[in-house]
Design a protein. Structure first.
Length: 280
Protein backbone atom coordinates (compact mmCIF):
# COMPACT_ATOMS: atom_id res chain seq x y z
CA UNK A 1 0.00 0.00 0.00
CA UNK A 2 2.76 2.44 0.97
CA UNK A 3 4.75 1.74 -2.21
CA UNK A 4 1.64 2.26 -4.34
CA UNK A 5 0.93 5.62 -2.72
CA UNK A 6 4.58 6.67 -3.06
CA UNK A 7 4.66 5.72 -6.74
CA UNK A 8 1.49 7.65 -7.40
CA UNK A 9 2.83 10.69 -5.59
CA UNK A 10 6.11 10.56 -7.53
CA UNK A 11 4.19 10.71 -10.78
CA UNK A 12 1.93 13.49 -9.54
CA UNK A 13 4.80 15.52 -8.14
CA UNK A 14 6.44 15.65 -11.56
CA UNK A 15 3.45 17.74 -12.56
CA UNK A 16 4.20 20.13 -9.72
CA UNK A 17 7.88 20.78 -10.42
CA UNK A 18 7.38 24.40 -11.41
CA UNK A 19 4.17 25.03 -9.48
CA UNK A 20 6.15 25.80 -6.34
CA UNK A 21 7.89 28.59 -8.24
CA UNK A 22 4.85 30.43 -9.62
CA UNK A 23 1.32 30.74 -8.26
CA UNK A 24 0.24 32.26 -11.58
CA UNK A 25 0.68 28.95 -13.36
CA UNK A 26 -0.55 26.93 -10.41
CA UNK A 27 -3.90 28.65 -10.04
CA UNK A 28 -4.69 28.04 -13.71
CA UNK A 29 -4.09 24.28 -13.65
CA UNK A 30 -5.89 21.89 -13.22
CA UNK A 31 -8.74 23.37 -15.16
CA UNK A 32 -11.32 23.59 -12.40
CA UNK A 33 -9.02 25.31 -9.92
CA UNK A 34 -9.39 29.11 -10.10
CA UNK A 35 -9.95 29.07 -13.86
CA UNK A 36 -13.55 29.76 -14.78
CA UNK A 37 -12.89 29.40 -18.50
CA UNK A 38 -11.67 25.81 -17.83
CA UNK A 39 -8.63 26.07 -20.09
CA UNK A 40 -5.51 24.15 -19.27
CA UNK A 41 -2.68 26.69 -19.59
CA UNK A 42 -2.14 30.20 -18.26
CA UNK A 43 -2.04 32.82 -21.02
CA UNK A 44 1.64 33.57 -20.36
CA UNK A 45 2.74 29.95 -19.91
CA UNK A 46 6.16 29.39 -21.48
CA UNK A 47 7.88 26.93 -19.16
CA UNK A 48 5.62 24.10 -18.06
CA UNK A 49 6.25 21.63 -20.87
CA UNK A 50 7.77 18.12 -20.84
CA UNK A 51 10.21 16.75 -19.99
CA UNK A 52 9.50 17.44 -16.33
CA UNK A 53 11.82 16.51 -13.48
CA UNK A 54 10.85 15.32 -10.05
CA UNK A 55 11.54 18.02 -7.49
CA UNK A 56 10.50 16.38 -4.25
CA UNK A 57 8.32 13.63 -2.77
CA UNK A 58 5.66 14.53 -0.22
CA UNK A 59 4.33 11.67 1.94
CA UNK A 60 0.58 11.37 2.47
CA UNK A 61 -0.17 11.58 6.16
CA UNK A 62 -3.76 10.32 5.97
CA UNK A 63 -4.05 6.53 6.10
CA UNK A 64 -6.98 4.13 6.09
CA UNK A 65 -8.38 0.91 4.69
CA UNK A 66 -8.57 2.43 1.23
CA UNK A 67 -6.49 5.26 -0.20
CA UNK A 68 -6.76 6.63 -3.74
CA UNK A 69 -5.20 9.98 -4.62
CA UNK A 70 -7.69 11.29 -7.18
CA UNK A 71 -7.12 15.00 -7.68
CA UNK A 72 -4.93 17.81 -6.42
CA UNK A 73 -4.83 21.59 -6.66
CA UNK A 74 -2.07 24.10 -5.96
CA UNK A 75 -2.54 27.75 -5.06
CA UNK A 76 -0.05 30.12 -3.41
CA UNK A 77 2.27 27.32 -2.23
CA UNK A 78 -0.55 25.27 -0.74
CA UNK A 79 -1.35 21.78 -2.06
CA UNK A 80 -4.82 20.26 -1.51
CA UNK A 81 -5.04 16.48 -2.00
CA UNK A 82 -8.35 14.67 -2.52
CA UNK A 83 -7.97 11.25 -0.91
CA UNK A 84 -10.45 8.46 -1.56
CA UNK A 85 -10.90 6.56 1.70
CA UNK A 86 -13.57 5.90 4.34
CA UNK A 87 -14.54 8.71 4.71
CA UNK A 88 -13.16 10.85 1.86
CA UNK A 89 -10.39 13.08 3.20
CA UNK A 90 -8.85 16.41 2.23
CA UNK A 91 -5.18 16.77 3.16
CA UNK A 92 -3.55 20.19 2.85
CA UNK A 93 0.23 20.49 2.54
CA UNK A 94 2.57 23.49 2.74
CA UNK A 95 4.75 23.12 -0.36
CA UNK A 96 7.57 25.18 1.15
CA UNK A 97 8.02 22.98 4.23
CA UNK A 98 6.28 19.80 2.89
CA UNK A 99 4.40 19.65 6.20
CA UNK A 100 0.77 18.56 6.39
CA UNK A 101 -1.15 21.53 7.80
CA UNK A 102 -4.50 19.87 8.37
CA UNK A 103 -6.91 17.17 7.21
CA UNK A 104 -10.69 17.18 6.86
CA UNK A 105 -12.97 14.14 6.63
CA UNK A 106 -16.05 14.69 4.44
CA UNK A 107 -19.04 13.47 6.51
CA UNK A 108 -20.93 10.37 5.28
CA UNK A 109 -18.61 9.93 2.26
CA UNK A 110 -16.99 6.70 1.03
CA UNK A 111 -14.70 5.25 -1.65
CA UNK A 112 -13.23 7.37 -4.45
CA UNK A 113 -13.59 11.10 -3.72
CA UNK A 114 -13.52 12.31 -7.36
CA UNK A 115 -13.74 15.97 -6.38
CA UNK A 116 -11.24 18.74 -7.09
CA UNK A 117 -10.78 20.87 -3.97
CA UNK A 118 -10.85 24.38 -5.42
CA UNK A 119 -9.04 27.15 -3.54
CA UNK A 120 -9.17 30.91 -3.25
CA UNK A 121 -7.25 33.29 -0.99
CA UNK A 122 -9.15 32.34 2.16
CA UNK A 123 -10.99 29.03 1.65
CA UNK A 124 -10.73 25.51 0.27
CA UNK A 125 -13.95 23.89 -1.00
CA UNK A 126 -14.52 20.14 -0.64
CA UNK A 127 -17.13 17.48 -1.30
CA UNK A 128 -17.16 13.74 -1.89
CA UNK A 129 -18.89 10.59 -2.99
CA UNK A 130 -22.18 9.91 -1.20
CA UNK A 131 -21.42 12.87 1.08
CA UNK A 132 -23.96 15.37 2.35
CA UNK A 133 -22.82 18.33 0.27
CA UNK A 134 -20.27 21.13 -0.08
CA UNK A 135 -17.90 22.28 2.68
CA UNK A 136 -16.05 25.61 2.83
CA UNK A 137 -12.91 25.29 4.97
CA UNK A 138 -10.53 27.92 6.27
CA UNK A 139 -7.44 27.67 4.08
CA UNK A 140 -4.94 28.06 6.93
CA UNK A 141 -6.58 26.04 9.71
CA UNK A 142 -9.11 23.67 8.10
CA UNK A 143 -11.90 25.09 10.29
CA UNK A 144 -15.32 24.63 8.68
CA UNK A 145 -16.73 28.05 7.76
CA UNK A 146 -20.00 26.79 6.32
CA UNK A 147 -21.60 23.77 4.66
CA UNK A 148 -24.25 23.38 1.98
CA UNK A 149 -26.51 20.31 1.89
CA UNK A 150 -26.64 19.62 -1.86
CA UNK A 151 -25.94 15.87 -1.90
CA UNK A 152 -23.13 13.78 -3.32
CA UNK A 153 -20.54 15.73 -5.32
CA UNK A 154 -18.83 12.74 -6.96
CA UNK A 155 -17.68 13.91 -10.40
CA UNK A 156 -19.12 17.39 -9.89
CA UNK A 157 -16.38 20.00 -9.97
CA UNK A 158 -16.87 23.47 -8.50
CA UNK A 159 -16.08 26.67 -10.42
CA UNK A 160 -15.13 29.78 -8.43
CA UNK A 161 -15.85 33.20 -9.92
CA UNK A 162 -15.28 36.31 -7.81
CA UNK A 163 -17.92 36.23 -5.04
CA UNK A 164 -19.88 33.24 -6.38
CA UNK A 165 -19.38 29.52 -6.89
CA UNK A 166 -21.14 27.34 -9.47
CA UNK A 167 -21.66 23.63 -8.97
CA UNK A 168 -23.98 20.70 -9.70
CA UNK A 169 -25.39 18.90 -6.72
CA UNK A 170 -28.99 17.81 -6.48
CA UNK A 171 -29.53 20.91 -8.69
CA UNK A 172 -27.39 23.47 -10.50
CA UNK A 173 -26.39 26.08 -7.92
CA UNK A 174 -24.98 29.58 -7.85
CA UNK A 175 -23.74 29.95 -4.26
CA UNK A 176 -22.37 32.90 -2.29
CA UNK A 177 -18.74 32.12 -1.42
CA UNK A 178 -19.00 34.30 1.70
CA UNK A 179 -21.69 32.36 3.56
CA UNK A 180 -22.92 29.50 1.33
CA UNK A 181 -26.33 31.01 0.72
CA UNK A 182 -28.12 30.15 -2.53
CA UNK A 183 -28.17 33.02 -5.04
CA UNK A 184 -30.14 30.92 -7.52
CA UNK A 185 -30.66 27.27 -8.42
CA UNK A 186 -32.09 25.28 -11.32
CA UNK A 187 -33.58 21.80 -11.05
CA UNK A 188 -30.89 19.90 -12.97
CA UNK A 189 -29.30 16.82 -11.42
CA UNK A 190 -26.50 15.45 -13.60
CA UNK A 191 -22.97 14.28 -12.91
CA UNK A 192 -20.86 16.96 -14.57
CA UNK A 193 -19.07 20.27 -14.02
CA UNK A 194 -20.24 23.60 -15.44
CA UNK A 195 -18.17 26.14 -17.36
CA UNK A 196 -18.53 29.86 -16.66
CA UNK A 197 -17.64 33.08 -18.48
CA UNK A 198 -18.54 36.73 -17.83
CA UNK A 199 -22.20 36.29 -18.85
CA UNK A 200 -23.30 32.67 -18.81
CA UNK A 201 -23.08 29.25 -17.14
CA UNK A 202 -22.69 26.36 -19.60
CA UNK A 203 -23.93 22.86 -18.78
CA UNK A 204 -23.86 19.55 -20.63
CA UNK A 205 -25.50 16.23 -19.71
CA UNK A 206 -28.97 14.74 -19.51
CA UNK A 207 -29.12 14.67 -23.31
CA UNK A 208 -28.87 18.47 -23.46
CA UNK A 209 -26.43 21.34 -23.79
CA UNK A 210 -27.82 24.27 -21.80
CA UNK A 211 -26.87 27.89 -21.14
CA UNK A 212 -28.03 30.00 -18.18
CA UNK A 213 -27.66 33.66 -17.24
CA UNK A 214 -24.97 33.61 -14.54
CA UNK A 215 -26.57 36.39 -12.48
CA UNK A 216 -30.21 35.26 -12.51
CA UNK A 217 -30.17 31.58 -13.46
CA UNK A 218 -32.58 32.25 -16.32
CA UNK A 219 -32.33 29.66 -19.13
CA UNK A 220 -31.27 31.41 -22.34
CA UNK A 221 -30.57 28.52 -24.77
CA UNK A 222 -30.47 24.75 -25.11
CA UNK A 223 -29.83 22.08 -27.74
CA UNK A 224 -30.32 18.28 -27.71
CA UNK A 225 -27.23 16.12 -27.14
CA UNK A 226 -26.59 12.39 -27.15
CA UNK A 227 -24.53 12.70 -23.97
CA UNK A 228 -26.62 11.08 -21.23
CA UNK A 229 -24.78 12.13 -18.07
CA UNK A 230 -21.30 13.58 -18.48
CA UNK A 231 -19.16 15.31 -21.04
CA UNK A 232 -16.51 17.96 -21.34
CA UNK A 233 -17.52 21.59 -21.80
CA UNK A 234 -15.31 24.68 -21.93
CA UNK A 235 -15.45 28.25 -23.23
CA UNK A 236 -13.22 30.94 -24.71
CA UNK A 237 -13.92 34.48 -25.94
CA UNK A 238 -15.87 33.42 -29.04
CA UNK A 239 -17.14 29.86 -28.62
CA UNK A 240 -18.03 27.12 -26.19
CA UNK A 241 -17.04 23.54 -26.87
CA UNK A 242 -18.62 20.26 -25.91
CA UNK A 243 -18.50 16.62 -26.93
CA UNK A 244 -20.95 13.87 -27.70
CA UNK A 245 -19.64 10.32 -28.03
CA UNK A 246 -17.22 10.54 -30.99
CA UNK A 247 -17.76 14.22 -31.90
CA UNK A 248 -16.58 17.62 -30.66
CA UNK A 249 -18.78 20.67 -31.32
CA UNK A 250 -17.83 24.36 -31.34
CA UNK A 251 -20.80 26.69 -30.79
CA UNK A 252 -20.75 30.42 -31.52
CA UNK A 253 -21.53 32.31 -28.29
CA UNK A 254 -23.41 35.13 -30.02
CA UNK A 255 -25.56 33.27 -32.57
CA UNK A 256 -25.64 29.85 -30.80
CA UNK A 257 -24.97 28.24 -34.21
CA UNK A 258 -22.53 25.37 -34.67
CA UNK A 259 -19.28 26.92 -35.91
CA UNK A 260 -17.53 23.62 -36.63
CA UNK A 261 -17.73 19.89 -35.91
CA UNK A 262 -14.89 17.39 -35.49
CA UNK A 263 -15.80 13.71 -35.79
CA UNK A 264 -13.29 11.09 -34.67
CA UNK A 265 -12.93 8.31 -37.24
CA UNK A 266 -12.86 4.83 -35.74
CA UNK A 267 -12.56 5.95 -32.12
CA UNK A 268 -14.91 7.03 -29.36
CA UNK A 269 -13.80 10.12 -27.44
CA UNK A 270 -13.63 8.75 -23.92
CA UNK A 271 -15.79 10.45 -21.35
CA UNK A 272 -15.83 10.34 -17.57
CA UNK A 273 -16.93 12.13 -14.45
CA UNK A 274 -14.27 14.84 -14.73
CA UNK A 275 -13.75 14.82 -18.47
CA UNK A 276 -12.83 18.19 -19.94
CA UNK A 277 -11.79 19.86 -23.18
CA UNK A 278 -8.67 22.05 -23.08
CA UNK A 279 -8.07 25.06 -25.32
CA UNK A 280 -4.83 26.71 -26.40
Amino acid sequence: MISRISSGLMVLMTLLVLFTDSSVYAQNWPMINQNKERTSWAADETVLYPPLKQKEVIPVQSTGDYVSLNYLTVYNDMLALALGRYPNTVEVVDLVSSDTLWTFEVPESVASMSFVCAQNDSMIFAGGQKGLGLYALDRETGEQKWSKAIGSLYGRGIVLDSASAYIHGDSLYCISIKDGSTIWSEDISIQSSPAVDDRYVYVTGGYKVQVFDKNTGEAVWWRPSSERTTGGITVDDDCFYTQSNDTIFAYNKESWDVKWIYKSVGDTIQYGAQNSIAIT
